[in-house]
Design a protein. Structure first.
Length: 105
């Protein structure tokens, strides 16, 4: 999303990487590329100005699977803008239409 955006993405693929929006050549508009077949092991989530960020293994984010912070164990965070070492955080993914709610703290 552009740094100046006041809305969320127009699509949701629950972090499966199948949504394609624009081609990514213009950072002033929303864009997303298909990464569903790419080989990677971690996600980096960041605010538009990168002051808040979090890095987690793909297996912790677990795209396409529902989980609830009150029923499932906390997820491991590799590091983030609040802590340079590994720690745990409670996340939710109870609605596959909107995707996971991932928290820095």
């Amino acid at each position: 999303m552009p740094y100046t955006s006041s809305t969320w993405y127009s699509t949701s693929d629950n972090l499966l990487g199948s949504a394609v929006v624009s081609d990514g050549t213009d950072d002033s508009v929303e864009w997303s590329k298909d990464f569903s077949s790419d080989d990677f092991d971690r996600f980096l989530f960041a605010s538009g100005d990168f002051t808040i960020w979090l890095q987690a293994l793909k297996t912790e984010v677990n795209p396409g699977v529902t989980y609830n912070k009150s029923d499932d164990p906390p997820k491991n965070v590799i590091n983030s803008s609040i802590k340079a070492s590994t720690y745990t955080s409670d996340w939710n993914n109870t609605n596959l239409l909107t995707g996971p709610a991932i928290y820095v703290d």
